[in-house]
Design a protein around this ligand. Sequence first.
Ligand SMILES: C[S@@+](CC[C@H](N)C(=O)[O-])C[C@H]1O[C@@H](n2cnc3c(N)ncnc32)[C@H](O)[C@@H]1O
Length: 191
Amino acid sequence: MRTDQKRWDKRFGTKEFALGREPNPFLKRYIHLLPKGKALDIATGEGRNAVFLARHGFEVDAVDISEKGLKKARKLAREIGVRVNALLVDLDDYQIEKDRYDLIADFYFLKRRLIPRIRKGLKKGGKVIFETYLLEHRTLGAGGPKQAKYFLKPNELLRLFKNFQVLFYREGIFREGGRRKAVASLIAEKI
Ligand SMILES: C[S@@+](CC[C@H](N)C(=O)[O-])C[C@H]1O[C@@H](n2cnc3c(N)ncnc32)[C@H](O)[C@@H]1O
């Protein structure tokens, strides 16, 4: 078993939801900007965002390397009464089908090699919603990943989707979900 998988299975192997049942606040606030249809939630964890999308009428594929996380995602979907197609995949080598999705969501999973696959996986007119930590987050002493490669540099998220039309972008320190975090958040459309 891969180290990532072991680590996340351990984190998600508790009765409580380690990342909570509530969706990411940025997703919740801007759900009205997102096109309905087929969605992919990248690295869904315990499924808080995938279930929220399903509640809002999306047909959701949710992928992650942690079976424990996916089990909780399925449980949360059952409790809320929605369907989420939760799939065990390793995003290191997962090929997203070309032109398949109206929406791809990526919250707190930065793997730069995956970005071209996200771009290709969207239909024309499809949207990406992405949020993750900036390097600055490390100065806040507010948790988050350990290795520098998991943090965005200034403007990097914009550059990663430079051929898309940006509908919303922010970068900075925000207090959300009861904590301070330095993040970049993007909604952009494939043109
Ligand atoms: C910080 S969590 C984010 C979870 C979710 N997006 C959220 O915001 O609630 C990162 C997720 O990445 C997943 N992950 C790590 N490496 C992975 C890989 N190689 N393939 C698929 N998922 C992976 C972990 O299992 C974990 O669920």
